[in-house]
Design a binder for this molecule. Structure first.
Ligand code: SF4
Length: 354
């Protein structure tokens, strides 16, 4: 198909998206932020986060100067928190090693933390008009369907074939619009579930449509069982505050405030709280369980409510790793979504009346 890019660009002009908040400018910082937020996340979800983030951190310098806790708090609820940590690290790299100027090519951008080849290409194309191919999940799906590419796109060999195809299709000019067109086609027409083939500019050429194989292309990931684990979490209340601990920077919920996990094999949660935190707690009572799905496993969470008596020593006071978070500050705290869900349920006034 010799005119792939031409047709796609023409389609974008009349049917693509033109008024998203991050469109219309060439500021690499804003483009970078939007590209990172849009990874694994729907546009509608991203828009309010993007606005709040930019209001607080309007440029690389302000982001680099901020404590990471502030960045995590603004990201709270958006998920995939490594994105926020890497954003902050990359901002500091830009200040430290690029004199505060955003790198000027896809290759240099790809060297920053948390920015892969495809995202770097998109930023360089939108900001500088660089001619570089992208290959995100949407583009993989579209290419697999139109050109009938077989094999799971996560496999290295298949991915390499797709990169070569994506590069061979690049237009000589208008790379920014072409990349936007690829994103728009994947997000609005050639969707995962029910693609709108009737409105697609490639309806007559698309292998998946012609051979009635839309459900088979792209080839799904080979199935393997998703591991499941369960854990109990202590919801320790003392007056109007809940005890939270900051997670280590790496691993799940890295850098966020979370409920302390009660180690496996502990029967008496009250005795554990006494030994572990020096708190005298009234009898523990289980709260409604919650299941949370991560990328690689499913976590069954059993929260356990413990009330620290007023006479409890103020052990576990704010020391960096542990803190008593006043309940009115819950809204602004950097909490993972399932922890917020547990605490929101608890926010009934009668529970905190003591
Ligand atoms: S014809 Fe249908 S399946 Fe093929 S690219 Fe267009 S929307 Fe996707």
């Amino acid at each position: 198909m010799n005119d792939f890019a031409e047709r796609l660009i023409a389609w974008q002009r009349s049917h693509g998206r033109h008024d998203l908040p991050w469109q219309g400018g060439h500021d690499p910082y804003r483009i970078w932020l939007s590209e990172i937020m849009l990874q694994q996340t729907q546009v509608d979800t991203v828009i309010p986060y993007y606005a709040r983030f930019l209001a607080r951190f309007p440029d690389v310098a302000s982001l680099a100067a901020a404590p990471v806790e502030d960045v995590m708090a603004l990201w709270s609820g958006l998920g995939y928190y490594a994105r926020a940590r890497n954003l902050h690290r990359a901002a500091r790299d830009i200040v430290d090693t690029h004199g505060g100027c955003f790198p000027g090519s896809a290759a240099e951008i790809a060297a920053l933390p948390g920015i892969g080849r495809s995202t770097a290409a998109a930023i360089a194309a939108f900001a500088y008009g660089e001619r570089a191919a992208i290959l995100d999940g949407n583009v993989k799906r579209v290419l697999c369907r139109i050109f009938g590419v077989e094999g799971f796109p996560g496999d290295k060999a298949v991915e390499n074939r797709l990169w070569a195809l994506a590069e061979s299709l690049l237009p000589a000019s208008e790379t920014g619009r072409y990349i936007q067109a690829q994103m728009d086609l994947g997000a609005t027409l050639c969707t995962r579930g029910k693609p709108a083939c009737g409105r697609c500019p490639f309806a007559d050429d698309c292998v998946a449509r012609r051979e009635n194989r839309i459900g088979e292309l792209p080839t799904p990931r080979p199935k393997k069982a998703v591991p499941r684990r369960s854990a109990r979490y202590a919801v320790i209340l003392r007056r109007d505050a809940v005890l939270l601990e900051r997670r280590p920077p790496a691993g799940i919920w890295g850098g966020l405030l979370a409920l302390p996990e009660i180690p496996a094999g502990i029967d008496d949660a009250g005795a554990w709280a006494r030994t572990h935190f020096g708190l005298e707690c009234a009898e523990a009572s289980p709260l409604a369980p919650l299941t949370h799905t991560f990328t690689h496993f499913v976590l069954d969470m059993q929260p356990v409510l413990l009330r620290a008596g007023a006479a409890s020593p103020p052990a576990a006071a704010d020391d960096g790793a542990l803190c008593w978070l006043p309940l009115p500050a819950l809204g602004e705290a950097a909490l993972p979504a399932p922890v917020r869900k547990i605490l929101d349920v608890l926010a009934a006034p009668d529970l905190f009346a003591q």
